[in-house]
Design a binder for this molecule. Structure first.
Ligand code: PMP
Length: 386
């Protein structure tokens, strides 16, 4: 089968695996055991990874906290901020196109006295900077807006958001899980105060991610969400996952080195796919912004064809119809509904995401299979009922 779900997760790049291997067996020490070489060697590997990751995102190693993934990093960022500052400010600004790892944390905080203003995205998934400016209040604590959307690939203008939040003196939390390694990322240049990302979206291991909480004014202070031995400067206790941390740094390094070349290739493949679909005249629409969006991501709606039926009709293609994290529940995509699509339109949509190991031949075959299945489903006698 053909894997077109790189935004759900990616395979570990074999080069990353090679870098990680010694840390499972030979260099097994606990980096907190500073009293002997086993521990010191592991600590050195973690320090090297921390410095490399910090350099690649334009931040200081002191601001980096390794976590189990972007979900945990988002939890630490938002709950940590709220618990630290709730007496002074408890209002957030965000958007309903965010990942559940932000939406559900904010919902949890609302139950504990937080307030959220939800920005209205337009039909292409973009937010209006003026609306953001107007939404910020004297009691606003933070703006939480992602860099690139996991379902549509829509990219927010993080530099503009950073400038607005900086002027207003509120924190900017940015979930960059889909953007890290794929789009330029510099916390200083963009004014991001709290940045989160994950290993398994960038050909690194699963179960590792990071929160960068940088130097900003006012200074970011957080309440830890995981208490114990005081690891990660007290922000996240627990013995460090050394192989995964080394793997995260290696994966980000590879992605950064190959970012522009890979983006150009993916854009070409996405264009080829679109070209084939257009030539076949199968009525479809693109959800989001196909030009400025994340390279390799395509959220499509085949008019009048149910997405679940289409998925069943092409078992050779591995793709998603929404976020992998919420597709256990068969409801229409919240992201697409927030962008103004109706429930039926959202139900007709699917996400194809190409990546590092996608071949031109696979793109060609995928297009053929989709065209064939769409035509077959439209011709089916019970089609009118779907
Ligand atoms: N945020 C976004 C935008 C994502 O795409 C994902 C992964 N689906 C996450 C957060 C959660 O990341 P993790 O799997 O590392 O917890």
């Amino acid at each position: 089968s053909i894997y077109l779900d790189y935004q759900a997760t990616t395979p570990l790049d074999p080069r990353v695996f090679t870098v990680m291997q010694p840390y499972f067996t030979r260099v097994f020490g606990n980096p907190a055991s500073r009293g002997h070489d086993y521990g010191r060697e592991a600590a050195e590997a973690v320090n090297g990874a921390r410095e490399a990751v910090a350099r690649m995102i334009g931040g200081s190693p002191l601001g980096l906290v390794f976590t189990s993934g972007a979900t945990e990093a988002n939890n630490l960022a938002l709950k940590g901020l709220f618990e630290q500052h709730r007496d002074r400010a408890r209002h957030f600004v965000s958007c309903r196109t965010e990942h559940p790892a932000v939406l559900d944390v904010l919902a949890h905080l609302v139950e504990r006295g937080a307030e959220v203003t939800w920005l209205e995205p337009d039909r292409s998934g973009h937010i209006d900077p003026d609306e953001l400016r107007r939404a910020i209040r004297p009691d606003t604590l933070a703006v939480s807006l992602m860099y690139a959307n996991n379902e549509t690939g829509v990219v927010h203008d993080v530099a503009a958001i950073g400038a607005i939040t900086r002027d207003a003196g509120v924190f900017f939390h940015c979930d960059a899980t889909q953007a890290a390694g794929k789009l330029p990322l510099d916390v200083g240049e963009t004014g991001i105060d709290l940045l989160t990302f994950s290993g398994h979206k960038i050909y690194g291991p699963k179960g590792i991610g990071a929160l960068y909480a940088g130097r900003s004014r006012p200074r970011v202070r957080l309440v830890s969400q995981m208490h114990g031995g005081g690891h990660e400067r007290g922000f996240r206790s627990g013995t460090l996952n050394v192989p995964a941390i080394v793997g995260l740094a290696a994966a980000l390094d590879l992605a950064e080195n190959e970012r522009e070349r890979e983006a150009a290739l993916l854009k070409k493949q996405r264009e080829a796919l679109l070209h084939r679909l257009r030539a076949a005249d199968v009525a479809f629409q693109i959800n989001g912004d196909p030009v400025a969006g994340l390279p390799g991501c395509l959220n499509l709606r085949f008019v009048g064809v149910d997405g679940a039926a289409l998925q069943q009709a092409v078992p050779r293609l591995a793709f998603s119809r929404g976020s992998a994290c919420s597709s256990a529940v068969p409801t229409p995509s919240k992201v697409l509904l927030a962008m103004g699509l109706g429930a039926i339109e959202a139900g007709e949509s699917l996400r194809l995401s190409l990546g590092r190991f996608t071949s031109d031949a696979e793109v060609e075959t995928a297009a053929e299979l989709l065209i064939e299945a769409v035509c077959r489903l439209r011709d089916a006698p019970d089609h009118a009922a779907t």
